[in-house]
Design a protein around this ligand. Structure first.
Ligand code: SF4
Length: 369
């Protein structure tokens, strides 16, 4: 591969086709860092709205260092992979205390921040500080698996090292950040899962294209089977308020809020599972009286079917929930649900209830069931 020619073909294409994204207009280290963390596992087009709202609320490291986790999780709601938001907060604390709220330019110091791996450190170092550091994400791995016609899965360490070495050797000193972004943009827009070789600015440098194997690169790893889970979730309303609880540290989605419920065990119906979960989780005896909806959602390898019921108390007239499996909880007004961060499945249940004509009756403050 002629490196100079490759670089000039790629950058010419990027100059004409790169998307106008808010962090590209003002690429200071803080903005680049937040955008890169948000973009992990998330398409850039989706990131833009979250990024703009974030910058309106926390425009710099100083404001972020004072942020409450509760507010940050709420701002992050819907982006998924909430550990990213928690790591941003941990990093903000490190940056405030160890670096005086000045983002370090040393790639090793950037890499030492919680939640920052080789890719993010390379992206911040090259885009915000103009350093010749590679930033190899899934898009760049895919592009080079084809350019170099690599016949091993990109998840293999050796493949990543080969790609990082190749990118490092190609990075032009005058535009390292643009070069890295151009590679990622090429992977997102042209050399996507289905490569559009006819539109590709670096086609002349591509071995997989020359050999007619672009569609079979990168080599796929053996597929991991999806795991299906049945869940039951209950909406319990008392005096116009609904019961929610906050997940504990160490749980999946720590710090997020939810309606009580849990997994349907073998041999149980969703209604039985829900009655059991209410007894175990909050020491309340309830009867699921009405199916609200079924919400299907996925996270990592899990495919969840969540059966949602309105529940009625069958025990004490004015019982007090005991939160055995939550950090805290309580009854809140339906309008207040918007102030709490929920995982995607529970947020979809809330959105369903907002559209459901039956729900107004459930939340009637005079009702006692
Ligand atoms: S020619 Fe095709 S396979 Fe090769 S880099 Fe371009 S889009 Fe990807």
């Amino acid at each position: 591969m002629d490196g100079n020619l490759f670089t000039s073909h790629l950058l010419d294409w990027y100059d004409a086709n790169g998307r106008d994204l808010p962090w590209r207009r003002e690429p200071n280290p803080y903005r680049v860092w937040i955008s890169e963390i948000m973009a992990q596992q998330t398409q850039l087009d989706r990131v833009v709205g979250y990024f703009d709202r974030w910058m309106a609320r926390y425009p710099d490291l100083q404001s972020l260092a004072l942020a409450r986790e509760e507010d940050v999780l709420k701002l992050w709601e819907g982006l998924g992979y909430y550990s990213r938001a928690r790591n941003i907060l941990k990093s903000a604390s490190v940056l405030a205390h160890a670096h005086g709220c000045v983002f370090p330019s040393d790639p090793i110091a950037i890499r030492a921040l919680p939640g920052v791996g080789a890719y993010t450190a390379g992206a911040v170092a090259s885009i915000a500080f103009g350093l010749c550091e590679p930033a190899v994400d899934a898009n760049v791995l895919r592009v080079f698996a084809r350019l170099l016609d690599l016949d091993a899965p990109v998840a293999e360490t050796g493949v990543r090292q080969t790609v990082e070495r190749t990118v490092r050797a190609l990075i032009p000193e005058d535009r390292p950040g643009d070069f890295n972004q151009a590679l990622m943009e090429l992977g997102a827009l042209v050399c996507a899962k289905r490569p559009r070789c006819g539109e590709c600015p670096v086609r002349a440098h591509c071995l997989a294209h020359a050999r007619g194997v672009a569609d079979s690169r990168p080599v796929l790893p053996p597929s991991r089977k999806a795991i299906r889970i049945e869940m039951a979730t209950g909406v319990l309303v008392r005096h116009g308020r609904v019961l929610i609880q906050k997940r504990r540290p160490g749980d999946v989605w720590p710090g997020l809020w939810e309606f009580p419920g849990g997994c349907v065990e073998p041999g149980e119906t969703p209604r039985q599972a829900l009655a059991r979960e209410f007894r175990e989780e909050v020491e309340l005896v309830v009867e699921p009286v009405e199916k609200i909806t079924v919400v299907a959602y996925s996270y990592t390898r899990y495919r969840v079917t969540m059966h949602c019921y309105r529940c009625r108390l069958t025990g004490d007239a004015e019982p007090v929930p005991v939160f055995n499996e939550a950090a805290e909880g309580g009854f809140v007004l339906p309008a207040q649900l918007a102030e709490y961060a929920f995982p995607a499945g529970h947020r979809r249940l809330i959105e369903f209830m907002e559209r459901d004509a039956r729900a107004a009756g459930w939340f009637d403050a005079g009702r006692h069931d």
